[in-house]
Design a binder for this molecule. Sequence first.
Ligand code: PMP
Length: 353
Amino acid sequence: MNASASTLPLELGARLKRQFPLLHSSDVVYLDSAASAQKPSTVLEAMETFYRNSYANIHRGVYRLSEESTAAYDEARVTVAQFLNAPSEREIVFTPGATQSINLVANSWGRHFLKPGDEIVLTILEHHANIVPWQMIAKETGAVIRFVTLNEDCTLDRAAFSAALNERTKLLACTHLSNALGVRLPIEELRDEARSYGAKVLIDASQSVTHFPLDVQALDPDFLVFSGHKLYGPTGTGVLYAKEELLDAMPPFLGGGDMIREVRTEGTDFAEVPLKFEAGTPNIAGAVGLAASIRFVLSVGQEAIESHETALLGVLESKLKEIDGVRLLGPDGARVGLVSMVFEHAHSLDVAQ
Ligand code: PMP
């Protein structure tokens, strides 16, 4: 694509910038949204309004504020479920972020279901959050991790992927969109192949959730995770989507308040899903902020976001290619939202600075 700056739909960018106080009130040019996004005023206002007018602890009080607060938290879960097209809000667990979501799956599902010699398939593209919890639980359970490598052009080596799968494969945990290369993985194909061996499939949607719509009924993962802060929501918020029968079969990871039905000195009956996985006072205002961030994304329109970002990416790619000594990683047409590159004449840290 040979787009020039003049073909960019700049009005959308300018209109959106006005909705972000930190960007609007300064001359900041912010290029680190893959790590964490700035917050629109609707998210900030939703949280402030909630703290000012409705705040109390949830699922325990019989007074007005607690009821309002509980309703806001429960409605946020419905908003997330609708956003992901999940069949039920019972399949949405609030967590403090994608890392915690994966740790929950590793410590609950992994510790309970993995046996010595079972295999976990990961790609070499995974974020540390989707490597380290599996290494920890593999060490504990005797499971084995197999990493799938990349081709020269930074796409996944499909032959190596097929070779990594066998009857011992119990889990494929795989990113949807690489935070390092911006390359989108053929997740549906990978899911089907892994599932033909009976493996469960975890999709790390931390990057993809901000760039295009996710439909868990179409993607059909067993687990899907993302963080709220990359989706213009508050830090300390995240989501674990999991099929309800899996959540039912999994033991709780953390114990404490809100995840119990009845506590006796001899033992405890746990709450039903998803509360079984939400021990302690949750990030109530965070959930309200995350729901507001989803409404923000929907108000802009996910199609508008996708086409605007594709146009920006086209300009970035063509301008970078004009610079002598810059090599873009990954094949053209496969990148979403970011470009990784190698500089032949300079150290990357010097260029970044
Ligand atoms: N997976 C991917 C692909 C990511 O990009 C990130 C954040 N960089 C994470 C997982 C972890 O997210 P968090 O730090 O918000 O838990």
